[in-house]
Design a protein around this ligand. Structure first.
Ligand code: GLN
Ligand code: ZN
Length: 762
């Protein structure tokens, strides 16, 4: 008989009303003192744990909770303090200084946590670090909960392989040695837990899912060295976000339990389980409830899935748990959330997911009949949501079914289009443009607030937007930019703006998730068929166009970016959703074109971050991602110029896809890439229209004409002149007017000088 337990890997830190964010920001501002702050954080920690205990989770994690980021916690515990912060004496000050920077010392870099939208602080290695355990947060947290609630918990820590993989500041060849140097620290930390009587520790090694067989073997040695020092403490080696290729190696690790993700693994873990079995004396911690999406689980289907796993893995003990930490979903349904009932009932956030696990356990222990009511309820809710979500527009279904190859392809190749576009657009050599947005000033934001609060009528608001648009069209003309934009003053966020105007999207008031530090986002919810309702950008674009004889670019967010920055439904594939969005946007593109707009930009800044973790899965994703983009953009006339924009420069790894988008022009971030990308282009020329950002928009600094001129000239050494564009790195919405105008003035001057020089050459 297998013992069944429920377990959790991590819980959102932010609190139901983002109390965590408020506590942090008040402390940073200096409006609360340190003692008050620490007390608030402690209360939030207690309450997060309490929620999990109340949901009857048997194995509750601690130390997933943090004051900022769990990777930073690990680094600081190991005394990995970057040199520039070592003069600080107070531990809390040092911690936040690394995360946020101080005068004279920039913060550590922040980057995406695997393929999620959570960002962690990148640990910085350097030779001068003295490896030393400065704090045992795991032990402190364990004690705190034991003292408060009398409950045993499972401390969580990032494992040595993952920690070093995520860090920077060393050569790849040094990785192993650094991991080894960390072993004694892990041993000390774990031994202290053992002495305290802790039963289980969870060591997170998500980086193993992309590790080579050799690395999985190497990491096993680390674990051998660690666990051979322990006697009574049980180690759960936890993987998530995908399967581990070297499965046989993984299950032979000298640990007492192994956690596998059975949701985001494309079925590979079950396959491996079937082929290679699972050691009966180890605990199998099976991730069976999706830790990354927000949808209610079909309990019967999940119960059968667990039974399936159990029929193969004849383990003594099985833990059922979310597929990953619940950090990536909102805390719990908020009592004040007003959504349509059928939608609300179909949702399941962190707290609700734990209840699902508890129900599943009951079903496993006492039989399906024991939870028949919950099973029925889940089915009813899911059914009702499906009903609610299905678009009334049967036309669109037909359109999607009838899509043919020609709908994904512009009728003639790029070179031929270029000739036609050059003729009809009449642009100078090295045309100048911007990426779309102009400063979202305090006035713009306050106007939007007034309108949202109904203090301003639609008309008042539209008049304001128009006036701001006109002001910036005038500025752009004055600057002598070649291709103008309307400025995006009507948009807060590039996904939200479109989501609010398309069918199939819902926006919540309270469903926040942490993005980084105290920063939280509310991703749009794609619950149903995405459909075009009416033109979304035509009015503002056409108005801008009416003010100038120069071309105004239409400005859309692409289908892949909209998808990647939302919570997608899970009853159809991501590809299908991307195609629905693509088809809807295709209608917007047509509406813009019909209204006389000849240049249309479809931004895809999030295309690359949607890449699957395993390179073997890249092709499939990149293929449909490019198709969705082309579905959006290929219906236009040959003379209509399609632009796209992405906010990164090194597109080496996806260059085929970039080409595959078949956009006439791509503008990308470039100014900070220090020529590395030009070296690449020298070897692999890019032959479609290309705009390499000539100035960094992340800083208020105004670059000189000469500086930008040099960037252009360097680029022209490797890029064909007749299709090269001059533009900033990205949109300018976070900048001030003064610096924006000054920088663009220099940019236009730099382009003019480069143009003059080129014409002389000819
Ligand atoms: N058009 C958008 C803007 O200028 C693009 C933003 C982005 O690339 N993230 O703001
Ligand atoms: Zn950008």
């Amino acid at each position: 008989m297998t013992t069944i337990k429920t377990s959790n890997l991590g819980f959102p830190r932010i609190g139901l009303n983002r109390e965590w964010k408020k506590a942090l920001e008040a402390y940073w501002k200096g409006s609360t003192d340190k003692d008050t702050f620490l007390k608030q954080i402690d209360e939030l920690f207690l309450s997060a744990v309490k929620t999990q205990i109340d949901q009857q989770i048997d194995v509750v994690p601690v130390s997933d909770f943090t004051q900022y980021d769990h990777v930073l916690d690990t680094a600081v515990s190991f005394n990995w303090i970057p040199k520039r912060f070592r003069h600080l004496t107070d531990a809390t000050d040092t911690y936040f200084a690394i995360a946020r920077g101080i005068k004279d010392a920039v913060s550590s870099e922040m980057t995406k946590w695997f393929n999620t939208n959570y960002h962690y602080i990148v640990p910085e290695y350097d030779e001068s670090i003295e490896f030393r355990l400065t704090r045992n947060k795991q032990l402190e947290d364990y004690r705190r909960i034991k003292q408060e609630y009398g409950v045993e918990t499972k401390p969580v820590i990032v494992g040595p392989y993952t920690f070093v993989t995520l860090a920077k500041g060393y050569e790849p060849s040094e990785a192993k040695a650094i991991q080894k140097r960390l072993v004694p620290l892990y041993v000390q930390l774990l031994k202290e837990l053992e002495e305290e009587g802790v039963k289980w520790v969870q060591i997170d090694e998500p980086a193993l899912v992309t590790a080579s067989a050799e690395d999985v073997r190497g990491a096993k040695e680390l674990f051998e060295n660690i666990t051979s020092e322990l006697s009574s403490l049980n180690v759960l080696l936890q993987t998530y976000f995908d399967s581990v290729d070297a499965y046989e190696e993984l299950i032979s690790y000298p640990v007492q339990g192994i956690g596998l993700d059975f949701v985001h693994d494309k079925g590979r873990n079950l396959e491996q389980l079937k082929t290679h079995g699972f050691p009966t004396d180890k605990v199998l911690a099976a991730g069976v409830i999706d830790g990354r999406n927000i949808w209610k689980a079909d309990l019967e289907e999940r119960l059968d899935a667990v039974l399936d796993i159990l029929s193969i893995a004849k383990v003594e003990e099985l833990w059922i748990q979310p597929s990953s930490s619940l950090l990536h979903v909102p805390v719990a349904k908020h009592p004040d959330e007003h959504l349509e009932k059928d939608l609300l009932n179909g949702l399941s956030y962190a707290k609700e997911k734990l209840a699902e696990l508890t129900a599943l356990k009951e079903g496993l222990v006492s039989g399906k009949a024991a939870i028949s009511e919950q099973i029925q309820q889940a089915k009813t809710d899911i059914q009702a949501l499906k009903q609610f979500a299905t678009g009334a527009n049967s036309e669109q279904k037909k359109e999607l079914e009838q899509l043919a190859d020609k709908d994904f392809k512009r009728p003639i190749p790029f070179e031929e289009r270029l000739a036609l576009q050059n003729k009809s657009l009449g642009l100078p050599l090295l045309p100048t443009t911007t990426i779309g947005s102009f400063p979202q000033s305090a006035e713009v934001r306050s106007a939007r607030q007034k309108w949202r609060k109904n203090e301003w009528s639609d008309e008042q608001y539209q008049n304001f937007i128009n006036a701001e648009t006109k002001r910036w069209i005038d500025i752009q003309e004055e600057l002598e930019l070649d291709v103008l934009v309307h400025g995006e003053f009507e948009r807060t966020d590039m996904v939200e703006y479109f989501g609010e105007k398309l069918a199939g999207f819902a926006f919540t008031k309270y469903a926040w998730v942490q993005s980084y530090g105290s920063r939280c986002v509310r991703p749009p919810v794609i619950y149903g068929d995405v459909e075009f309702i009416e033109p979304m950008t035509v009015k503002d674009t056409v108005y801008a166009q009416s003010l100038t004889s120069k071309h105004v670019k239409g400005m859309l967010t692409g289908p892949v970016t909209i998808l990647n920055w939302s919570f997608p439904r899970n009853d159809i594939s991501r590809k299908e959703i991307a195609f629905q969005i693509g088809l809807a946007l295709r209608k917007e593109v047509k509406a813009l074109e019909d209204a006389g707009i000849q240049i249309i930009q479809v931004d895809e800044p999030a295309l690359r971050e949607g890449l699957p973790l395993k390179t073997q899965d890249w092709d499939e994703y990149l293929t449909w991602a490019a198709e969705a983009f082309r579905l959006t953009t290929s219906s236009v006339k040959n003379e209509t110029q399609i632009h796209t924009h992405m906010c990164y420069s090194n597109f080496e790894d996806i260059v085929d896809t970039i080409n595959d988008l078949d956009a006439d022009v791509i503008t990308i971030e470039h100014s900070r890439s220090h020529g590395g990308f030009l070296d690449y282009l020298r070897e692999h020329p890019y032959l479609k229209g290309l705009g390499l950002g000539v100035y960094d928009i992340h800083s208020p600094r105004v670059p000189s004409t000469e500086e930008m001129y040099n960037i252009i000239v360097d680029a022209l050494a490797v890029c064909p002149t007749d299709r090269f564009w001059v533009n900033p790195d990205c949109g300018l919405k976070t900048r001030q007017q003064e610096e924006t105008v000054a920088a663009l003035k220099n940019m236009v001057e730099a382009a003019k000088q480069a143009r003059a020089q080129q014409t002389q050459l000819v």
